[in-house]
Ligand binder design. Structure first.
Ligand code: DON
Length: 578
């Protein structure tokens, strides 16, 4: 299969190149769309650093670091805090991935991705005609995966926490915020009609997150989450079993089933977070440590970096660098669609996909001047996404430990359903399965058998929490929300730092491009210079504008200290250190 596709790439149509105009990579401030910050500044610290998409949670993490906690302690506290202070994406009703680098040199990955309930099968998200039914996989209770966050955070703390804090200590700040309430800032309010409708659909969610007239909460309003406080309190007292067994689990299963879903108390009881060996690669003398399947992120990131390593990006102009990155993206995303899925259920050809030889074969198919039309590789499908639905945080402590964590409910507020009496917002993660071969998910990603729905199976993810090491020590910690755009975001942050010599704030703020093989188009952020866009189009790429919906909360180790960069695309994100 691989060879066939490489051969088909060799027969590519040529496109004429006309008028490539060199342009700066960072656009002028006035080119940026209004919701992007006009400048990005790094925050320097020498003790520890937390960069997160919500400021209260970031400060809670730094407080734990200052009290002698390690990066994992802080990550667990931030993870529970965001479930309260950033409910559109922070969660205990969803799942995610935590990459950990330990000061002793060990790297590990905690996989707390949601699993499909036992009654889910390959036909679960099809309509009566056998077509993929997005309503089922995105908006119905069938879409809800068994949540992994509580098990994942508890596993991380038990194995890799400093031992100076109990799980209860780390949950306490979240409980206080849920019980006492928080005053909402501008960046925490939602006015989009699709989000309000999602919440309004479920009375238990509406009574917490909407006003009586159905409008959204406004800046200055107080969000009190008493049921969530009680749920967190039970977890603090009795550990993760309080979530997966007993009254909370009964309420989750009852809520899902009465909404038409199939999750049972046994599905919850059977859930396990899994520790996995990270996927590892190298790039120009740096080690890349990232998330293995069931994320596609680490494999595809390394595959793209391997392809790009064969070029002199440090001396190429901005257009050529972007062009080559786009060509690498198309090829990696084609592989993603065909080959990757839950490693506990299907075989993933990871070693092949991340090998330097394999990248060299892909590289041989790239014409340096003429874009490869993805339509010749495979038929396309349309993307339909929304932003801010996932959340990433990066943490470094003074001991040399680092955590890169991305977790999600999939859409903003997941499926929108709160299990009545628990305050827990539930995900719609099962849309990340390929409901049917070639039927796009909400991010336009397609897939085949490897990622078909199945009982107990984890849907393939794009979340790419990543730690770049230099001489075995943390150098760059990064990751992002953004669905299919996550992997290419992480790629560009790494290339901007390593090849283009940017500081971390500049590397994070720089406008990004994205290509996911199908549909055959390059998504470009508004700040990219029109000259660069014209140059890409002249090589045969179809460029379409995209909203800013990734957010690479990052930390770079420099001779001056730790430099944290909150992505200016997220209002309210904060880098804070001590
Ligand atoms: O796991 C995934 O790849 C998706 N469910 C992540 C969704 C996401 O990042 C949405 N964010 N804007």
């Amino acid at each position: 299969m691989l060879n066939l596709r490489i051969c088909s790439l060799r027969r590519l149509t040529a496109f004429a190149l006309a008028g490539v105009v060199a342009a700066t990579f960072i656009a002028r401030a006035e080119d940026r769309s209004p919701n992007a910050a006009t400048q990005a500044e790094g925050v320097v610290a020498h003790g520890g650093m937390v960069v997160a998409q919500e400021a209260r949670a970031a400060r809670i993490g730094v407080d734990i670091l200052q009290k002698g906690g390690n990066a994992v302690d802080a990550a667990v506290a931030v993870g529970f805090a965001l479930a309260v202070s950033y409910p559109r994406a922070g969660n205990i009703g969803g799942g995610g991935f935590m990459m950990i680098h330990l000061a002793n040199g060990e790297d590990t990955a905690i996989d707390y991705r949601e699993t499909a309930p036992g009654a889910i099968n390959a036909g679960s998200f099809l309509d009566a005609q056998g077509n993929a039914d997005p309503q089922k996989s995105r908006a119905s209770a069938l879409a809800i995966g068994v949540p992994g966050t509580v098990a994942g955070l508890a596993l991380a703390e038990q194995k890799y926490g400093s031992g100076h804090f109990t799980l209860a200590d780390l949950i306490a700040p979240a409980i206080a915020m849920a019980r006492d309430g928080i005053t909402l800032d501008e960046n925490m309010t939602d006015e989009q009609t699709n989000i309000l409708a999602r919440l309004a659909h479920w009375p238990a969610a509406a009574k917490i997150f909407l006003k009586a007239d159905g409008s959204g909460l406004a800046a200055g309003d107080r969000l009190v989450q008493s049921d969530l406080a009680n749920t967190l309190d039970s977890i603090a007292h009795d550990g993760p079993d309080a979530f997966y067994e007993g009254p909370i689990a009964w309420k989750i299963a009852a809520a899902v089933q009465s909404a038409g879903g199939v999750m049972t108390v046994d599905d919850l009881k059977d859930y396990r977070a899994v520790e996995r060996a990270p996927v590892r690669g190298s790039y120009r003398g740096y080690d890349i440590v990232s998330m293995p399947p069931p994320s596609s992120g680490g494999v595809e990131l390394i595959e793209m970096l391997n392809i790009l390593e064969g070029y002199d990006l440090a001396h190429d102009d901005a257009t050529q660098t972007l062009y080559l990155m786009i060509e690498a993206m198309k090829r990696a995303y084609a592989d993603r669609a065909l080959f990757l899925g839950d490693p506990d259920k299907v075989k993933n050809p990871v070693a092949q996909l991340i090998s330097k030889d394999y990248a060299a074969r892909w590289r041989a198919t790239i014409d340096p001047q003429r874009a490869t039309p993805a339509s010749e590789i495979h038929a396309g499908a349309a993307a339909d996404s929304e932003g801010h639905n996932t959340t990433h945080f990066s943490i470094v402590d003074r001991f040399g430990n680092a955590v890169s964590n991305t977790y999600t409910l999939n859409f903003s507020y997941g499926v929108g359903l709160v299990a009545d009496g628990t305050g827990i917002l539930l995900n719609n993660e099962l849309d990340d399965f390929a409901a049917k071969p070639e039927a796009p998910n909400a991010y336009g990603l397609i897939g085949f058998e490897a990622n078909e729905p199945g009982p107990g199976k984890r849907p393939l993810s794009s979340m790419t929490p990543t730690i770049v090491l230099k001489d075995g020590k943390p150098f760059l910690i990064t990751g992002s929300p953004g669905g299919s755009r996550i992997i290419t975001t992480v790629l560009q942050v790494i290339v901007n730092v390593i090849d283009r010599g940017m500081g971390i704030a500049e590397a994070v703020a720089a406008p990004r491009v994205h290509n996911q093989w199908t549909p055959d188009q390059v998504y470009a952020e508004p700040a990219l210079s029109p000259d660069i866009l014209a140059a890409l189009e002249s090589r045969g790429d179809r460029v379409v504008p995209q909203r800013l919906f990734t957010s690479a909360e990052s930390i770079l180790m420099t001779p001056e200290g730790l430099v944290g960069a909150a992505d200016p695309r997220t209002a309210g994100a904060l880098a804070v250190g001590y």
